[in-house]
Design a protein around this ligand. Structure first.
Ligand SMILES: Nc1ncnc2c1ncn2[C@@H]1O[C@H](COP(=O)(O)OP(=O)(O)OP(=O)(O)O)[C@@H](O)[C@H]1O
Ligand SMILES: [Mg+2]
Length: 223
């Protein structure tokens, strides 16, 4: 299955969620490949740290970009080929409307669009919604869901309620019902090449963060 973590906005947690979803899936025994299609290579660097630090389970990561317009077909074919070799492909595209994002939308089975639960960020989802609406014609099987990320730990129920109202105005995108809280554990684990599922779950901070990712995993891969 090809899952795209995509957003036209930067800094919403695409790379952090890519790493954590991949880690969770690997712990579930899935053969996972991250494809980092963002030139910043944030997921790629995370995967390098993981390899250097010999963190288990091993998670493969490949960098893939579209340099010329004509490369889009090769990009799509390469990913489809890799999808036959792995159980799960998780694609991290950059935080802007790009060839990589558009091409990935055309071949993905599932898209997760992370968004902060703020009014400005949610209004900004209009562009992505338009893009997904256009892609529906060529990829009618795509499921596209918004996941709230970086929610205030003290106010996330309220924030989610307000966000749901704004998201209701979108056409192709809908809320997936998962809210990931802003937790320092996510940032510190990421720096060390870990996903939160790798951490000792006896620590409440790790267990809470892992529960957030479990909800995301169940949204994407549950039945
Ligand atoms: N739920 C969270 N709790 C704490 N920190 C988070 C959370 N989500 C993301 N972050 C932190 O926020 C920053 C931005 O996250 P990330 O790099 O994953 O965003 P991005 O959407 O991939 O950005 P870009 O568009 O630049 O690729 C990082 O420092 C990351 O560690
Ligand atoms: Mg990123």
């Amino acid at each position: 299955m090809i899952t795209l973590i995509g957003q036209t906005k930067g800094g919403v947690g695409k790379s952090m969620l890519t790493a954590n979803l991949a880690t969770y899936a690997a712990h579930e025994g899935r053969r996972v490949l991250i494809i980092d299609a963002d030139r910043q290579q944030t997921s790629g660097r995370w995967a390098s740290v993981r390899t250097i630090e010999k963190v288990k389970p091993v998670i493969a990561c490949a960098a893939l970009n579209i340099d010329k317009r004509t490369d889009a077909k090769g990009f799509a074919q390469k990913i489809k080929g890799l999808a036959n070799e792995y159980d799960e492909i998780i694609l991290d595209c950059g935080g802007q409307d790009s060839r990589e994002l558009r091409t990935s939308l055309a071949i993905a089975d599932y898209m997760i669009a992370p968004a902060r639960p703020s009014q400005a960020d949610l209004w900004g989802l209009g562009d992505l919604d338009t893009l997904v609406t256009q892609v529906e014609a060529i990829n009618p099987d795509l499921t596209a869901k918004i996941v709230l990320n970086l929610a205030d730990p003290l106010n996330f129920h309220n924030a989610a309620g307000q966000a749901i109202e704004i998201m209701g105005e979108l056409e192709a995108l809908e809320f997936g019902g998962v809210t990931i809280v802003n937790r320092p554990t996510f940032a510190s684990a990421f720096q060390d090449g870990h996903g939160v599922r790798d951490l000792k779950q006896s620590a409440p901070s790790a267990a809470k963060a892992t529960a957030d990712i479990a909800a995301l995993y169940n949204l994407v891969y549950g039945d």
